[in-house]
Structure formats: structure tokens, C-alpha cells
Design a protein around this ligand. Sequence first.
Ligand code: FES
Ligand SMILES: [Fe+2]
Length: 389
Amino acid sequence: MTAAPRGDRIRRALDHLRNDTTEEFDSVVPFGPEQYRDPGIAQRERDLVFGRVPSIVAHATELPKPGDFLTLQMPRNKVIVVRQKDGSVKSFVNLCRHRGALLEEQEKGRCRLFSCGYHRWSYDTDGSLRAITRDNTFGEIDRTRFGLIELPTEERHGLIWMVDDAVDSGAEIDVASWLGPEVDDILAGYRLQDLLAVRSEGFDEPANWKLMQDAFTDNYHIQYAHPNTAGKHVHTNVQVVEDFGRHARMLSPRKKIDRWLEEDPGDRDLGRYVIDGHFLLPNSTLLRQPDDHFELLTFRPHPTDPGRCRMEMRLLVPSLEASGMTKEKWEEVWDKNWKILLAVLHQEDFPLLRAAQTGLVSANAGGMVLGRNEVVNQIFHRELRKLLA
Ligand code: FES
Ligand SMILES: [Fe+2]
């Protein structure tokens, strides 16, 4: 499918609003509760999905300078992501090759080398083993074989992507080919590399990662779960979806667009009346707000427990210099924006999803079903089935 211009997609949204319709998937699709609780399925997702395909771990501005690092728990490995002297980014398993101590304990920071707290071996930021303490007594080893274990990592469109498996075991990364030409072009057009990750926070939640990912692609729940927040501003159950195979783009009209239901908008740009969402397989939603700031939501399975995950939320905005705002105004705008996002998550989405997870472990949970109107969820589950097959 080729990407449609926004004007065409907005006209499609207006038609749906006039006719009380939305886009529809080929069929309803049943699914079972084991998806959210079975340790065997969770293991296959970690290995066959996260161990094979690129997923987003950070925005480039979170690691601006050489030696800047962050640590995170990927589904298969504990990881250090670090900016190199040549400006590229590498990732390593966060574990000392001597006796397996956790190498870097901080969540983020800047360093010249990684130094282990147990017997003080040290590693260069490129992963090579630099020093063995008391090496006159340690004995001979081939130091090139005891560098940090590297994971394939690539920076593209201002985002840092990783495949959660070792380079040594043959794992590779190619974000452009994973995205495909349409989505690669769409992301290139946003110039996310010029934006700033002004806020970034992670939430460890007692819910399966798919339960969470599903809630942030779905516009069917808006008026019911968010009646006094998003439901006031965004239409429910009207999405214009482009299915690019793995990934999808979904446009949601805001309620302010309604004045153009009667009146012909002609060639007018109605971009400020819509939110462009993007589902990036396997585990991210990127929302483009009308003023061209973005929210990036990422959902990562827990390394052992199917009933847990980590969600990360990032707010990507034009820098102070690019914004033309005063410093006070700029800070106030993004602070307020972030607080609203947090309130909706903590008061509305998280309680509902935590409770769903507790219900899904019921012995007789029964079968469930995804509707034709839940197009992006259908695409997500269809693509996951392919990766797991
Ligand atoms: S475990 Fe790291 S130096 Fe011994
Ligand atoms: Fe929601």
C-alpha cells in the first residue's frame, strides 16, 4: 500500500463521520487468555520477536555526547546503550565478563569507561576489555575474547533501535528494511532527529505488554474509558488506517473538525484537527499531535513474567531555540502537557489494564474477540502471529 496524502485521509475521516462508519478489517478474530499469561508464549515472543527484529529503546537526544549511556532491561538481556567516540551508538549486555557482576548500576550517566564494582575490571565504551586488576597473578587469558557482548544497534530517524540478541550469534539490524519504504519515508519526513526528548519516563506495570500496546492503538475505547479527558476532544471509533504490512498509520479526527462536516473545506489544510498515530511493530506507538510534537509509547515484555511489562513514554518536541517561545513559556507548555499525559495514564488507562490482567488469569476466562473496527489491533496481532509462526 502506498502512503496517502494527509488531505485525502482527512476527507476519508470526514466521510466516516458523516456516515457513522469507520475502517473495517476483513473479519472478527477470536483470541484466548493464554496470550497474556502463558510462559511458553512469552518465551517465544522474547526470542522470536525481540531477539530478531528492531525495537526502539531511546531518542537520540537522550545520549547527546560520547560516553553518555543508559541502561535498560530488554526482554532477553540487561543492556547498556552508549554513545561512541565516533558519534555512533553501541549496546552491550550489562554484565562483567569476569564473574558476571552487573557492570553499570546507574540508569543513565556519562563515563569514559565502565568499571566493575566487584574486582574492578574495566571496559572501554566500545566494549573492549581494558584492564584486569592484579593481572600479574590472574593468569593469561585472550582479552579479545572477554569484551562486553554486543547487541546490534542502529540510530535512524533520531531513534535508537536494537535487536535483543548477540552480534556474535549472527544477529543483525537493518531498520530501513524493517520499516519498509513507506514507513521509512513517513518517519524521515518528521525529522524526529531535530526534536528533543524533553521528558522520558518508564513505568513497570503488572500487565502483559500486548494488553498495554493494544490500549494505545485503539480508538474504540476513547469515550468510554476517557469520558472527561481524551473523549472530550477526540472522536471515538473513527480511524483512517493504512496497513503497510508490518506497520500501520492511523488518523483520528478531533471533535473540532465537526464544523467541516456541513461546510465544504475545499483545499483548506485541516491538519490541526487530526492526530496521526503510527503503530511500529513490534511494540511502539508514535503519536503526531497537530502542533507537530510527538508522543512515543513503547511496551517491553518482562524478562520472565508474562503478567508484567515496562512502558516507556517520551515527549518529543521542538527545542527551545526552534520553538520561538520564551524559556518560561516553553517549560510551562511541556510541563503542563506531560502532567496531563501522566494523569490520563495513572488515573484511567493503568487501573483498567492492571485489573484486566488480574481477570485474564481466571481459570475459566473463556475466549475473547477482536472486532473488525479494531483495525490496528488486528494488524498488530496478525503480524505477531507471523513472527511467532
Ligand atoms: S565480576 Fe567484574 S571484576 Fe570480577
Ligand atoms: Fe486509553
